[in-house]
Ligand binder design. Structure first.
Ligand SMILES: [Zn+2]
Length: 81
C-alpha cells in the first residue's frame, strides 16, 4: 500500500529537509511542506525530495518506524559492507 510523502520546505537548523509520511506527528503544517506523491517506501520518496533539496533526508521518526516494521517482518536492514 502506497502512502503520501512530504518534504519540509523549511530547513532544520542544520540545513536539512526531512521527508515524512502522511500522518507522521513530526510532519509540519501543510503550507510548510511539499507533496512528493505516493510511495511504497521512504527511500523512493527521498529521490524526488533530493531533487528539490540537496540536503533532504528521511525523518528518523516515521522512516525509523518503517525500518522497525521491516525488522518485525524478518527482513534484513541495509547490508553492511
Ligand atoms: Zn516523520
Amino acid at each position: 500500500m502506497a502512502n503520501r510523502y512530504f518534504v519540509d520546505k523549511v530547513p532544520h537548523p542544520n540545513g536539512s529537509h526531512e521527508v515524512h509520511v502522511e500522518g507522521c506527528s513530526l510532519l509540519p503544517e501543510s503550507h510548510e511542506c511539499r507533496l512528493l506523491g505516493y510511495h511504497h517506501r521512504p527511500e523512493t520518496a527521498l529521490r524526488p525530495a533530493k531533487t528539490l533539496f540537496r540536503r533532504a533526508h528521511l525523518c528518523a521518526y516515521c522512516a525509523g518506524e518503517w525500518q522497525f516494521n521491516l525488522i518485525a517482518q524478518g527482513e534484513p536492514l541495509e547490508r553492511r559492507a
